[in-house]
Design a protein. Structure first.
Length: 287
């Protein structure tokens, strides 16, 4: 009897396990998100970029010997590098885009060199902020919308004079007129050129791109909040009662925003040691 009971105790869990169905939902294809040409780096719009053309800026002098290490000759090769002289300054058409099955949000782009007809492959992750190309659709759209428009610079070290190579250091609030999107050979990335009334032509790298705001936007704030308050923001100064719009001009966009019973907290410092506090959209304090 005991032996029979022992056998039943062993077989019972197996019988129960056999009653559990193993199911698998059908794999859903990721919808193609249309690329709207409003950003040079595509991020989640990468799936909609088939047919787009990309320009590959030359690498800076100190990196030329390493070539292009993220562009490959075959779809299955992830080692080696393409010599700079082979593809630098070339344009490529995106022929196809495939998503990796085992790597979430990683894509393989097949590129056709429009000058030689040669195919290359580039691996892209939507989580990466780098993008070695200038997307020509973005260049055309940005220039069409902004060429000849005036912008206000919100930093002190602007960029380099493309005629002399010297750094251009102006006070915050200096006015510049946008000219074109270019390839910044010193950084090997996208750049933007601006001119001012002093005859200087500045090349601003993508690092400084967010430091410009349209002058039309500043003019709107002057009418809404007054010139005195706007001048403080242009100086990088905040004060009690300053509207949130002007804090963005004075300090830039915060890393995070938090809601609390006392209002809203904008966090700038990496360790929460630089914060601005708001109530009803106006500054109540900071630390």
């Amino acid at each position: 009897m005991k032996k029979a009971l022992a056998i039943i105790m062993v077989l019972l869990p197996l019988a129960l396990c056999a009653q559990v169905r193993v199911v698998s939902a059908p794999k859903q294809e990721r919808p193609v998100e249309k690329y709207d040409s409003t950003n040079n780096v595509p991020r989640f719009q990468i799936t909609g970029m088939v047919g787009q053309e990309l320009f590959l800026p030359p690498r800076p002098d100190h990196l030329k010997e390493y070539g292009y290490q993220d562009i490959y000759r075959t779809a299955t090769s992830y080692t080696g590098s393409i010599p700079c002289e082979e593809i630098a300054g070339h344009s490529f058409k995106i022929v196809s885009i495939e998503e990796y099955e085992k790597l979430l949000y990683h894509f393989k782009l097949k590129l056709e060199d429009t000058q030689t007809g040669t195919n290359y492959f580039y691996t892209y992750s939507v989580t990466q902020s780098s993008w070695p190309f200038i997307t020509l659709g973005y260049k055309a759209k940005y220039e069409a919308a902004n060429k000849g428009k005036k912008f206000v610079f919100l930093s002190y070290s602007c960029g380099r004079d493309i005629n002399t190579g010297k750094r251009i250091d102006k006070s915050r609030g200096s006015i510049w007129t946008f000219q074109e999107v270019v390839a910044d050979a010193e950084n090997g990335k996208i750049g933007y050129t601006y001119t001012n009334d002093e005859g200087e032509t500045m090349l601003a790298s993508e690092l400084y791109f967010s430091d410009f705001i349209p002058k039309s936007e500043l003019d709107k704030y002057v009418r809404k909040y007054g010139k005195k308050m706007c001048d403080l923001a242009l100086e990088g100064t905040i004060k009690i009662g300053m509207p949130a719009d002007l804090v963005v001009i004075a300090k830039g966009k915060p890393r995070t925003k938090n809601q609390a019973s006392y209002g809203e907290q904008w966090v700038y410092g990496e360790y929460g040691d630089d914060c601005v506090y708001f109530k009803n959209g106006k500054v109540t304090g900071w630390n």
